[in-house]
Ligand binder design. Structure first.
Ligand code: SF4
Ligand code: SF4
Length: 186
């Protein structure tokens, strides 16, 4: 599921793109993701959302071309460096799986996390704040009642209700991103 991490791998932030640009072999981010997936022995099916015939053809081509053992040590190293960079850039490790839903007060938890993650990852926090500002009060993170019902369902063990507090501080109250993230990490 989600082989392109909800589309996040298609549009890499600049620091990750710099890693891809330094690779010996030129490949699209989609091809890199598919190649890595088909290299995993436990994977026999890749569920990728496709909206055009060109995407179907491209995915079938990747499935035909790649398999277990297709990646060299240099390929693995490249992927490892990109993974580390993504993890550094993405404050909340949410995969948008939606297992945490429904929220007790109907918050769209993955959508809220995505606004902050994208704002930080692409260095567009002002744009994230504007998007958050347009939301109705009952849709904002401040509406979380900290019931923690969602947290037991999250496969990433994300402290969702704590993040809701910080998300509203950063996006709704203009608090400094780095200070909030440091507090959350510490
Ligand atoms: S802790 Fe907050 S986000 Fe999670 S279910 Fe309760 S109200 Fe919703
Ligand atoms: S369950 Fe966790 S990882 Fe999945 S969407 Fe909810 S917060 Fe994100």
């Amino acid at each position: 599921m989600e082989p392109l991490l909800g589309g996040r791998l298609v549009d890499p932030p600049d620091p990750v793109q710099a890693i891809w640009d330094g690779a010996a072999e030129v490949q699209t981010p989609v091809e890199r993701a598919m190649r890595w997936l088909w290299d995993q022995p436990e994977i026999s099916v890749v569920l990728s959302g496709m909206s055009t015939m060109a995407q179907v053809i491209e995915n079938v081509a990747h499935a035909s071309r790649y398999g277990v053992g297709n990646m060299t040590a240099a390929d693995q190293d490249l992927i490892a460096r990109a993974r580390t960079r993504y993890q550094e850039l993405c404050p909340i490790p949410c995969t948008k799986c939606e297992y945490c839903l429904p929220c007790t007060v109907d918050l769209k938890i993955p959508e809220l996390f995505d606004i902050l993650n994208r704002g930080v990852m692409y260095n567009r926090i002002d744009e994230a704040r504007r998007r958050y500002d347009r939301m109705a009060p009952e849709q904002k993170a401040a509406a979380c009642i900290a019931c923690r019902e969602c947290e037991a369902k999250c496969p990433q063990s994300i402290p969702i209700s704590d993040w809701m507090v910080h998300l509203d501080e950063i996006l709704g109250q203009g608090m400094d991103v780095d200070a909030c993230l440091a507090e959350m990490a510490g």
